[in-house]
Design a protein around this ligand. Structure first.
Ligand code: MIC
Ligand code: SF4
Length: 642
């Protein structure tokens, strides 16, 4: 029987288990990446494991999130990361070099290799044929220490692309179409493998737009084959030697097949406040726009920005529109600058930001009150832009430019007259002077820790009787942005858990912190897809620090669930989801004698003491995860097993 791409890569990296849907497998990790907002914790955890040098083939530490230095905190973190990388065998990509996912594609990604990243958009590297998965920082720490990565074998979905995109319809519309069809929960437990005759029409950065936003489907990852298109891209990066051909067999088997006819796609847009709230752009009539932002790891490649430059050339923006552009990398910036495109962008009146995440994570450029902001990004969760009542829409660069010029949400297929053609350059500008290899004399490198680097809090093993109150009850699709907000004010505290824990659930309930502090321990009640979105382990680590013992929800998002387990918090799902309605904030719940049920994966009884009734939950943990929970988290577990 033929094999699909994922089976081929996993087979080569399999350390334990059987490649069978749903069963636990462990795979060898070739490469890791971290970014600064999750990296400091990941490296403190790596340090706590006590290994002298990373054991991966390649590990890279990027600084791209917290680049706005409004106080000493972010710069302290950058310095810590720089010195840490140098000492422990890690490459360092300095602030200004670009967004981790874009730079990784350009300079480090290798088809057929495995990549683990402490950022949920790590699957971007699937665009170059890598098996790339987003996880919490602690799992990066263990991967760097040479431990394999454990996961339940996901279902493999083939997305068959046929036909050809019409002018002004782009890769972003393909992934928005999938979000429209499948929703933000549609990819949970799945890997999306792309195939079909239309593949040859999509360059690596366009493929990466699609794999990037597979994260919004809740998917484990997404991947494209490595073919001539991949080879061309690697050649333009001067990395032809990294090319291998990797495609699925003709008779490969899949759990599901989805067809997309590119000819029939139209420009799409995700309306506030969810990436799956997708409609056709032409259906939105007379929505005036205040801000348009182009960039982020989804749409900041050379092709994206040349498209923008060509469409803006010689044009003028309406007075009330602020157009903000953040290139994905220094390479993109240098190439469009050398070729003159940067000038076309600047002269239109666009505001050029750093090569970094920027407004995507609320690091500046928060829109005005109640404003409409169109963004080529991947997330439009309420408040993420930094303005609670802003209305953020997600779209392609083509839609973004048409709307910026028209001053209202506009379909580019009717706005622009002639089609534009953009070919990738034969060679990008290659200048790695902001990428620093590790030191050759690591013993001489001193790690510099400023006051922003607080010691790592360690979880205590759970007791067999838990009695505490429900500290908060939330609905469906709660994101990690709700649990642990980001933005220019809170992100600088990522290396300081006592300080950042004050903001847990801040945008949902400002009093959560006080209540949790006073109670000393507690439970969280959640709906479907609890913890969707980012990989930030702070959304588990800070609640752990505040004494949260279990989250009881209708279902969980993958990365957050693993983070909870890794920090010793029980992720429990209702056996009967209707019980959700009969539990309230403040109810006292009692869970006792549950270790045995955890090990046997049996139902666990919970007593609602305030309302005097029992209900049942399940943890669905593997035996390894049971041990992690019992040890008080992954760090304790790893240290004990040595
Ligand atoms: C995001 O897009 O939400 C982030 C910021 O990149 C996060 C990581 C983080 O919170 O540091 C992610 O997607 O994992
Ligand atoms: Fe950065 Fe935004 Fe991409 Fe997250 S989604 S890595 S914040 S650009």
């Amino acid at each position: 029987m033929g094999k699909n791409l994922i089976q081929k890569i996993i087979e080569k990296h399999l350390v334990h288990g059987e490649i069978k849907k749903g069963s636990e497998i462990a795979i060898k990790i070739d490469q890791t990446l971290t970014q600064d907002a999750t990296g400091t914790m990941a490296y403190l955890q790596f340090e706590a494991i006590g290994i002298q040098k990373v054991k991966t083939e390649l590990s890279v530490s990027y600084v791209d999130h917290n680049t706005l230095q409004t106080g000493f905190e972010n710069a302290d973190d950058h310095r810590f990361l720089r010195t840490f990388a140098s000492k422990y065998g890690i490459y360092f990509s300095a602030p200004g070099n670009g967004i981790c996912h874009q730079v990784h594609l350009e300079r480090f990604g290798i088809p057929g290799k495995t990549l683990l990243g402490s950022d949920s958009h790590t699957p971007t590297a699937g665009g170059i044929g890598m098996l790339a998965i987003g996880v919490g920082g602690l799992e990066i720490a263990t991967a760097m220490a040479g431990y394999p990565f454990y996961i339940n074998m996901p279902e493999i979905v083939l997305v068959k692309l046929r036909g050809k995109l019409r002018p002004y319809v782009s890769a972003k519309d393909i992934i928005l179409e999938l979000l429209r069809r499948l929703t933000v929960k549609g990819g949970v437990g799945k890997i999306f493998e792309y195939g079909g005759e239309a593949l040859k029409e999509l360059s690596v950065p366009e493929r990466a737009t699609i794999t990037n936003m597979g994260a919004e489907l809740g998917a484990t990852t997404s991947i494209f084959p490595s073919d001539e298109v991949t080879c061309e891209f690697l050649k333009a990066e001067g990395r032809e030697k990294d090319f291998i051909r990797l495609t699925a067999d003709n008779d490969a088997q899949y759990d599901e097949v989805i067809d997309i006819d590119l000819d029939s796609l139209e420009p799409l847009i995700a309306c506030p406040h969810s990436p799956d709230n997708v409609v056709k752009v032409k259906e939105l009539k007379d929505i005036s726009v205040d801000q348009v932002c182009i960039g982020s790891c989804t749409n900041s490649s050379y092709k994206d920005l040349v498209t923008v430059a060509k469409l803006l050339k010689g044009k003028k923006l309406p007075q009330y529109v602020s157009l903000v552009i953040s290139p994905g990398s220094k390479q993109v910036m240098e190439t469009i600058s050398k070729e003159g495109y940067l000038n076309d962008i600047i002269s239109s009146g666009a505001r050029i930001l750093e090569n970094a995440c920027g407004p995507c994570i609320g690091m500046g450029q928060s829109p005005a009150s109640g404003a409409v902001s169109l963004r080529t990004y991947n997330r439009n969760f309420e408040g993420r832009s930094g303005t609670k009542d802003a209305k953020v829409y997600l779209c392609s660069p083509e839609v973004a430019v048409a709307s910026a010029l028209a001053g209202r949400i506009t379909d580019p297929t009717t706005f622009f007259k002639e089609a534009i053609v953009i070919n990738l350059p034969e060679k990008f500008v290659i200048n790695d002077n902001l990428i620093f290899p590790p030191s050759e004399n690591p013993e001489k490198v001193e790690i510099i820790r400023g006051p922003n680097i607080a010691p790592l809090p360690v979880a205590k093993p759970l007791e067999e009787r838990l009695e505490a109150s429900v500290l908060i009850k939330v609905g469906d699709n709660i994101t990690t942005d709700h649990i642990m907000p980001a933005g220019a004010k809170i992100l600088p505290l990522r290396s300081n858990i006592p300080a950042i824990s004050r903001y847990v659930f801040y945008s949902v309930d400002e009093n959560f912190y006080e209540r949790a502090k006073k109670a000393g321990s507690g439970f969280i009640i959640g709906g479907e897809n609890y913890g969707q979105g980012s990989s930030r382990e702070h959304a588990a680590l800070a609640p752990m620090y505040l004494g949260i013992k279990a989250v009881i929800a209708k279902s969980f998002a993958r990365i957050h669930r693993s983070n909870l387990i890794n920090f010793g918090i029980l992720p429990l799902v209702f056996v009967n989801p209707d019980v959700f309605g009969s539990i309230d904030n403040g109810d006292i719940l009692v869970i006792s004698n549950y270790f045995d049920s955890l090990s046997k994966n049996e139902e666990i009884r919970i007593y609602n003491k305030s309302k005097d009734f029992d209900f049942y939950v399940k943890a669905n943990l593997t035996s390894r995860q049971v041990e992690i929970i019992k040890s008080g988290g992954l760090l304790n577990f790893v240290k004990r097993s040595d």
